[in-house]
Design a protein around this ligand. Structure first.
Ligand SMILES: [Zn+2]
Length: 543
């Protein structure tokens, strides 16, 4: 199906040339920014020698193998908010995939990061998609302000990825909803590309997808591993699916293939990169994340996913070449990730374990409320780590008592590394410099925003997986540890010299680096990131 859609897209409104044309001098006309969801630097390092397609091509560009999503809240929404704003989540305002707003006049106090909760009927589960929570402009917005004819386009496997990479004033924004590709923009007419892709995907979904045939390297990874917490064993899946199984579609290379096919179709249909002013195409490929959550990162499943991802990005770049467009690519990830603790223990990581369910805010809150003879939930939060909120309905004195008791109880737990109150985090200066050297509270500060972040923040010890019930997902990310923070940062342009860079870079550096390539001046100190002078085709000003 992927090949079918790519072929269809190639034929669509395409002024294809038979050979790649010589590249014009000057700034690229199309910036292609690819985020691979949950693509940790450790996975990139491991698979780099195996890549032969698009990821091999990009790895021949400027490679920052020590890239960092440097903040503590290593989730999809904050991570995507850094890539094209140049700012840490402390400035973008995107402190997590969700946060709690106890003042909102609806029973659901959880706010989804890409939701417009002011819209009637919106909830954190069934939400109206919006960019309103993003507090800073994106590269696409600044390009359109500078060059009104410039186009900003996003295509993604998740709505929050598409929204956080493009923000406001967007020409096209399409994302997979779990059923189809949709947009939050009021569109006058449906792009032909999207209409065709929707039909092709719906038709493909009615058919089963056969399991992938594993190449020899993936066969060496095939070993069934039992998972505690109710989940099924993992390790030997081959990413096929039954007819109609849309959740299996998204945890397979099919979703990335569909996303790239729509992106390419929009390049043709909108004639991106073909006029005087530069255009931006933001792509977020989500299947790696769903594969990681569903199967972990060190089995046959992730191996098949990453080798297919490499092939699909390669197909996409070859088709871009055939258009003769002068383009540059940046590729990174919204966060890293970690394998299941059961397989890690087999590999000798003795500290790997699943979280104690007693750390969930609901359980902890209930215990403390009973202890103090209070009523209500006591604590609010969505997971056994990260932002925790004290019930606002309690009297101020009781809130303070409960906060102190909760901080002490979490700190006393053997699986907890650190607990910081909002007051402590807010007093900490926004960190700068090498993200590898930041302290834990500095990492927390980089994704802290007053009014959205919790009353206190819980950090679990390294190697603790915060999933106890594995019936849905077996592995995740979200911690302040480097396995979740370290991501590849790659820049590539045809014929440009490559470089292997050892020193750290931050994903907030991507936006100012891209801006320099197209001659877009940023106001001094207007973003957290810095132009990366190691990129041969960047035009960084001396600092
Ligand atoms: Zn993600």
């Amino acid at each position: 199906m992927r090949k079918f859609i790519l072929a269809a897209a190639a034929a669509l409104l395409c002024a294809c040339r038979s050979d790649a044309q010589p590249l014009p001098a000057g700034p690229p006309k199309l910036l292609v920014v690819i985020s691979v969801d949950q693509f940790s630097a450790s996975l990139f390092d491991e698979y780099r020698p195996k890549f032969t397609g698009g990821l091999a091509r990009l790895a021949g560009g400027t490679v920052f193998s020590n890239g960092f999503q440097s903040h503590a809240a290593t989730e999809t929404c904050p991570g995507h908010s850094t890539i094209l704003t140049g700012d840490h989540p402390a400035r973008t305002g995107i402190v997590g995939n969700i946060w709690i707003d106890q003042t909102i006049g609806r029973s659901d106090k959880t706010i989804y990061c890409a939701e417009d909760e002011s819209q009637p009927g919106s909830s954190s589960i069934d939400y109206k998609v919006s960019s309103r929570h993003l507090l800073v402009p994106t590269l696409g917005e600044l390009m359109k302000a500078r060059w009104p004819a410039s186009r900003s386009v996003a295509v993604a496997g998740k709505d929050r990825a598409a929204v956080m990479m493009t923000g406001r004033n967007v020409d096209q924004r399409w994302y997979w909803t779990g059923k189809t590709f949709d947009t939050d923009l009021a569109t006058a007419s449906l792009p032909l590309t999207v209409a065709r892709a929707r039909m092709a995907i719906a038709a493909a979904l009615t058919q089963p997808q056969p399991p992938l045939e594993p190449p020899p390297y993936c066969q060496t990874k095939a070993r069934e591993v039992a998972v505690t917490g109710g989940g099924r064993p993992v390790g030997t899946g081959r990413l096929g699916r039954a007819a109609g199984d849309a959740s299996a579609l998204r945890a397979s290379p099919e979703l990335d293939g569909d996303t790239l096919a729509i992106a390419l179709g929009l390049v043709d249909e909108m004639q991106l990169g073909r006029r005087a002013d530069p255009d931006l195409l933001a792509i977020s490929l989500s299947a790696t994340d769903y594969v990681g959550h569903t199967y972990g990162t060190e089995g046959e499943e992730m191996c098949l996913q990453l080798l297919e991802l490499d092939r699909e990005i390669g197909d996409f770049l070859k088709l871009l070449d055939s258009r003769g467009i002068d383009y540059a690519v940046a590729l990174t990830a919204d966060h890293g990730g970690k394998d299941i603790p059961e397989r890690e223990r087999l590999a000798g990581v003795a500290s790997a374990a699943r979280v104690d369910p007693a750390l969930s805010p609901a359980t902890m809150g209930k215990k403390l409320v009973a202890q103090f003879g209070l009523s209500g939930p006591g604590l609010l939060g969505d997971s056994p780590f990260g932002d925790m909120y004290v019930d606002k309905n309690l009297k101020p004195a009781d809130r303070n008592r409960l906060l102190a008791a909760a901080v002490a109880a979490y700190k006393a737990h053997p699986q907890v590394e650190a607990v910081f109150t909002a007051t402590q985090i807010a007093r900490t200066a926004l960190p700068t410099g090498d993200p590898e050297k930041w302290t834990l509270i500095e990492r927390a500060r980089a994704s802290y925003h007053s009014g959205r972040s919790g009353d206190f923040l819980v950090m679990l010890k390294k190697d603790i997986t915060p999933i106890a019930d594995t019936s849905r997902y077996v592995a995740t990310h979200g911690s302040p540890w480097d396995y979740d923070r370290r991501v590849p940062i790659l820049f590539w342009r045809p014929a440009a010299a490559g470089a292997a860079v050892e020193h750290s870079a931050d994903t907030t550096d991507i936006m100012p680096t891209l801006a320099s390539m197209i001659g877009l001046e940023l106001a001094p100190e207007s973003v957290d990131g810095h132009c990366l002078a190691d990129v041969a085709f960047a035009s960084c000003k001396p600092r």
